[in-house]
Design a protein around this ligand. Structure first.
Ligand code: GLN
Length: 304
């Protein structure tokens, strides 16, 4: 398969159509990024990298890190975890608090903020230094030497964390949060502030395309069974209240972040990361979604 040729075609087509959105600014530091940036990196199961555009430039991965944190705890206490977080699409914005009341403190899924906070709480219980463990995990699954946390983005989000803090206290009120709220918020915001380029991000998702086995870590990161479930969650919940649309248009499991990144996998074939900072009103990258739609159209295959 001539992946390089295909992603170059996709890149040019998206550039010429030039769909526009708006760079996230509720985390003020994110608004300083160059809105014109656009890159694609595809990594096949042998580790061959295909890239185009700004694919080697680091960006803020934000909510894409929720897939890494979920992968870290899903295999450790799989059964217990699913009693604390559901596996249903929310049909609501990523930072919504309303549903938590009706669902008695059990978040709809691990990718909305409430669910991801429960996962980071579980990490905090499990590890003495959860952030260090997240960095170690990313290092292992991407083969990258060190992962940088953008301090400016982190401080900027910490200054505007009222909503996530409210979600965490609400979870605590329902006894679904074990650790001190401020401590978990710090870790959560820090892992959202990690920076990666498209290549490293695609590599870090490669084990999900490969039945849970990472060619970078040379070991099984999650079992094949857990890998399938994480992919199912990405397909049904990875784009918040636009998950149905992504499944319809692209047909691959994927996860977005408000930094403009999308990471996605085609099981048994490749993982891919696309980055373009302008977002639609659901908080998902406009160009990244168009690029992935064109990709599966050109490849003539998706999950379906
Ligand atoms: N850190 C961001 C937040 O909690 C992540 C949101 C996102 O990428 N959708 O608001």
């Amino acid at each position: 398969m001539d992946y390089q040729h295909i992603i170059e075609d996709v890149y040019q087509e998206v550039k010429s159509k030039n769909p526009r959105g708006k760079v996230a600014d509720y985390i003020p530091e994110l608004a300083n990024v160059d809105a014109e940036k656009f890159g694609i990196a595809l990594v096949d199961l042998d580790g061959t990298v295909y890239g185009v555009g700004d694919y080697e430039q680091p960006f803020s991965i934000q909510s894409i890190s929720k897939v890494h944190t979920l992968s870290m705890v899903a295999h450790v206490f799989q059964r217990k975890l699913w009693s604390r977080v559901n596996v249903e699409p929310s049909g609501n914005p990523f930072n919504s608090i309303a549903q938590l009341e009706f669902e008695k403190g059990i978040p709809r899924n691990p990718f909305i903020n409430a669910g991801a906070l429960v996962i980071t709480d579980a990490l905090t219980t499990k590890f003495d230094d959860p952030l260090e463990e997240v960095s170690r995990f990313i290092h292992e699954v991407s083969g990258k030497e060190c992962v940088t946390i953008n301090q400016d983005v982190m401080r900027s989000e910490l200054r505007h964390s009222e909503r996530n803090t409210a979600l965490a206290y609400f979870l605590k009120a329902f006894q679904n949060f074990d650790n001190p709220v401020e401590e978990v918020i710090q870790t959560y915001v820090a892992h959202c502030s990690m920076e990666m380029c498209c290549v490293d991000l695609a590599r870090s998702f490669s084990f999900l395309a490969n039945d849970g086995y990472s060619i970078y870590a040379n070991r099984e990161i999650v079992t094949e069974n857990v890998a399938r479930r994480i992919n199912a969650l990405m397909l049904t919940c990875g784009f918040y209240d636009e998950s149905g649309e992504f499944a319809f248009r692209v047909g691959l499991p994927g996860k977005s972040g408000v930094g403009g990144g999308v990471a996605s996998v085609m099981p048994h074939k490749f993982s891919i990361a696309v980055w373009s900072p302008e977002l639609n009103e659901k908080g998902n990258s406009v160009k990244a979604i168009m690029a992935l739609e064109l990709l599966t159209d050109k490849l003539k295959f998706s999950l379906f």
